[in-house]
Design a protein around this ligand. Structure first.
Ligand code: FEO
Length: 176
């Protein structure tokens, strides 16, 4: 059985992953309407991936005797001027998710909940990969600045990125 504070923290993580999913949906929409079709495709895919992260938590909580709660959808007020802003928002969101995952790891260690600690390790690996990827995209966009041709090339490159989720058989139990 899950301890109440672990269940609460896992439900908060559900909310954070859900917010990331909807943030990426909003950003995909911006890209879609500005001619960045590669970035839009990538962000739609990332949005689906964040929903999958949320569902892993859902299944884990319910399979462990807790109760998973669907998060509230909050309106996003985004200020986006260019493609770099889009990926800066993605990166900021990822660092927030990482912070929260790290807090989960700390809580599980203190509470000696080794099952949840094992489960959450998948998120630690996943966050590392996502932060590195998003930072590398920002670096490329900043390299070309406002050059339209350069941005077009980068958008085409982003379209080719197919991120593989982090491997961790321990998390398979919570797979969607
Ligand atoms: Fe599931 Fe990248 O946060």
């Amino acid at each position: 059985m899950l301890k109440k504070d672990i269940e609460k923290a896992l439900n908060e993580q559900i909310s954070i992953e859900g917010s990331a999913s909807f943030l990426y949906l909003s950003l995909a929409s911006w890209c879609d309407t500005k001619g960045f079709e590669g970035s839009a495709a990538f962000l739609y895919q990332q949005s689906d991936e964040e929903r999958m992260h949320m569902l892993r938590l859902f299944h884990y909580i319910n399979n462990s005797g807790g109760f998973a709660v669907a998060p509230e959808i909050k309106k996003q007020n985004l200020k986006i001027g260019n493609l770099a802003d889009v990926f800066r928002l993605v990166y900021k969101s990822e660092t927030k998710v990482t912070e929260s995952v790290n807090e989960m790891v700390d809580l599980c260690s203190r509470q000696k909940d080794f099952s949840t600690l094992n489960f959450i390790q998948w998120y630690v690996s996943e966050q590392y990969e996502e932060e590195v990827l998003m930072k590398s995209i920002i670096d490329k966009i900043e390299l070309v600045g406002d050059d339209g041709k350069g941005l077009f090339m980068i958008d085409q490159y982003i379209k080719t990125i197919r991120k593989q989720p982090a491997a961790n058989p321990a998390a398979a139990e919570g797979d969607a």
